[in-house]
Write a protein that binds this ligand. Structure first.
Ligand code: PRX
Length: 655
């Protein structure tokens, strides 16, 4: 049941098609014929296509070399390589003449009584001042700056100020623990940390500065810490190292010349989880990323001047980078930044914010939709939402039930939904409907954007044609693609290009239907997607085994109604330890403390032993089946060293 309606009230079949609205077919930036033409041009002559699209950003020196990419050998990806630009100038300075007084950022606080508008002119001035502050602290081209901030306009200011002076920002989501923060600072040797006294979320405060202080105990590279006062909570300030943001900015000059950067100079690092080891620093560069951010923001959301655009992500994730900050600001849009959560003060908050600020484009995650569906239509229907004209979804597969609820209840059957598939690594959206061009099917990300060349391969890398299902790869580069893993190009090559040589492997599985539509089925590697947050099972395992009472751990994802996937941990204790409820709670708290709340296991099963092959490899396939309660179809267990282990685990399944 969906609150007071059942899904069948929407009369859906899973292959229901929602045709393009005729008015959008004639008014949108791209219609169906336009899409076909752009797709063909980008495929047959990428140089010409992207030379033209590159003009959407402000170049100090326009590029003459457009594409120079190679998915074989050492893997080299360069776009617009002789172009010179500054991302902050492209997002701010060039808008001043035409729309200096237009709102760039609408900030909506956690508290519904707090909101403010920041114009392009004001944002530009703040960024110039903070860029001068950073220079004064000795930060310049190529230096790494870690940002650990809540959702306040200063987060965008900090990002753009880094871009302005040529420094590389690395944002760490405020929900990560001191340990996770310190690992990410150490990996890139950041010299400056920008944080806040505290964050606010759902009426509670998050002790960011206190976390930062703990992290910094093991980060000798950090020479300076700039602290934004958000709540005014009392925090310790270390003289000489810690500085108050407002004081520094007030004393700085509002005049700052942007640093001319090469298109291939790094813009940011963003750490993301993979199937093995510690999170890796995904590196994006300046020109290609910005062109891709602008191109996709304009066309996927069919953005038009006057729109109020709201992406509910956190700037700590790639969605916040590309679709709260860089894409919208590159396009001169008004972007809404929300400090709070969907259910505070109540489950009507999203829809109230839409009415309050007349939001026309709304972009959120399926997990938020599913959690709000539980409260039924009431909290939605008490708001008008007449300003809305387009809805978007990102981060995980959206189940048709959630899609239909989003479409009918939130969008009043009036707003197309763009289900956008992409990854931290891709910089921006790759597979998505275009509102004026693509008929929608609930649950399908539909078709690749121009410049995107998906293909499905079997386990041996053989291309599968027609309607089929397989491993999703990309056969050619697009401007927004990541360039390397920061400081570890070998890992970049190994992670993305070694499974299927010559192809970029996404780690996702997908089905392609007879219309050529893609249906992403989820990760095929040891990465799980919890509420749209990407988590490596290996990371959670290494946190668990770091506990003194744990001998061994294996972590898998399992289907979860709200989160998409939950975290299921099998834990083997040291011989002398007793499995108690208290210890279970202690381990959950331990993982939260080691990684952050987003990694909290949903279930911990005590495992006297784990199912292993005779060569000692854990058979995760079996553990996934048990966690999903699919114990009738465990498959072949004949290669197990001790099949009795499985019987025990099945009997004592949690949940
Ligand atoms: O599995 C896919 C899923 O999220 C993964 C990427 O996660 P991350 O790098 O954190 O970026 C999230 C925001 C782009 C993908 O490999 N994913 C993302 N969007 C979708 C999706 N799965 C299905 N449908 C989507 N629209």
């Amino acid at each position: 049941m969906l609150g007071n309606r059942s899904v069948t009230d929407f009369d859906h079949t899973h292959d229901q098609v929602f045709p393009v609205r005729p008015d959008l077919a004639s008014t949108a930036h791209i219609n169906e014929a336009g899409y076909r033409e752009a797709y063909d041009q980008a495929a047959s002559n990428p140089e010409a296509f992207w030379a033209k699209e590159a003009q959407r950003v402000a170049w100090i020196k326009a590029p003459t070399k457009i594409k120079n990419t190679n998915f074989t050998g050492d893997i080299s990806i360069k776009w617009f390589e002789d172009g010179v630009l500054n991302a902050s100038a492209s997002c701010l300075d060039r808008h001043l003449a035409e729309r200096g007084d237009q709102t760039a950022i609408i900030w909506e606080g956690d508290n519904p009584n707090d909101s403010k508008h920041v114009t392009y002119r004001e944002l530009h001035e703040q960024v110039c001042r903070f860029a001068n502050v950073m220079k004064g602290l000795g930060v310049g081209r190529g230096d790494r700056v870690t940002i650990y901030l809540p959702m306040v306009p200063e987060a965008a200011v900090a990002m753009l100020a880094c871009a302005r002076v040529g420094a590389i920002h690395s944002i760490v989501f405020g929900g990560f623990s001191p340990d996770s923060l310190s690992n990410r600072i150490q990996d890139c040797n950041a010299t400056l940390l920008i944080t806040a006294d505290e964050g606010r979320r759902g009426g509670r405060s998050v002790p960011l500065k206190a976390n930062a202080d703990k992290a910094l105990a093991s980060c000798p590279s950090v020479k300076n810490v700039v602290v934004v006062k958000v709540t005014g909570g009392k925090v310790a300030m270390q003289p000489g190292r810690d500085h108050d943001y407002a004081t520094l900015v007030a004393d700085a000059s509002p005049v700052n010349e942007p640093e001319p950067m090469n298109a291939e100079d790094p813009l940011f690092i963003l750490y993301t989880s993979g199937s093995t080891g510690q999170p890796k620093g995904v590196l994006h560069t300046t020109g290609g990323y910005l062109v891709w951010a602008s191109y996709t923001h304009q066309n996927v959301f069919d953005y038009r001047p006057g729109d109020v655009y709201w992406c509910t992500a956190d700037v700590g994730w790639v969605t916040g980078h590309t679709y709260i900050v860089y894409g919208p600001l590159a396009n001169g849009a008004t972007t809404l930044m929300f400090e709070g959560i969907p259910t505070y003060p109540d489950a009507s908050r999203f829809w109230q914010v839409i009415d309050k600020h007349k939001v026309s484009i709304f972009y959120t995650a399926p997990t938020a939709i599913r959690s709000l569906m539980r409260d039924g239509e009431g909290p939605v229907k008490k708001t008008a939402r007449t300003s809305l004209r387009l809805l978007g979804s990102v981060g995980e597969p959206i189940n048709p039930e959630a899609w239909l609820w989003y479409y009918h209840v939130v969008g009043d059957a009036r707003c197309p939904i763009v289900d956008t598939w992409w990854q931290t690594e891709t910089g921006g959206i790759l597979i998505s409907p275009l509102p004026g061009a693509t008929a929608l099917k609930p649950g399908s990300a539909t078709l690749p954007l121009p410049g995107v060349r998906p293909l499905l391969v079997d386990g041996d890398g053989k291309e599968l044609t027609g309607a089929t299902e397989g491993n999703l790869c990309l056969s050619d580069s697009w401007p927004g693609q990541m360039r390397t893993v920061y400081g570890d190009h070998a890992r970049f090559k190994q992670t993305y290009f070694s499974t299927f040589p010559g192809l970029y492997f996404t780690g996702d599985g997908a089905r392609r239907d007879a219309d050529g539509y893609y249906w992403i089925t989820g990760r095929v590697d040891d990465v799980i997607n919890v509420s749209g947050h990407r988590m490596g099972t290996a990371e959670v395992e290494s946190a668990l085994v770091a506990h003194p009472k744990v001998a061994e751990a294996a972590v898998v994802g399992f289907p979860h109604d709200i989160k998409g996937q939950g975290i299921y941990a099998y834990v083997t204790l040291n011989a002398e330890e007793e499995p108690t409820e208290e210890l279970r709670k202690e381990l959950v708290a331990w993982v939260r403390q080691e990684i952050g709340p987003i990694a909290s296991p949903d279930a911990i099963q005590w495992a006297p032993a784990l199912p292993k092959t005779r060569s000692g490899k854990i058979m995760r396939r079996i553990l996934r089946k048990i966690a999903a309660n699919e114990t009738e179809s465990l498959g072949d267990t004949s290669t197990l060293a001790d099949p009795a282990v499985v019987t025990e685990l099945v009997q004592n399944r949690v949940g």
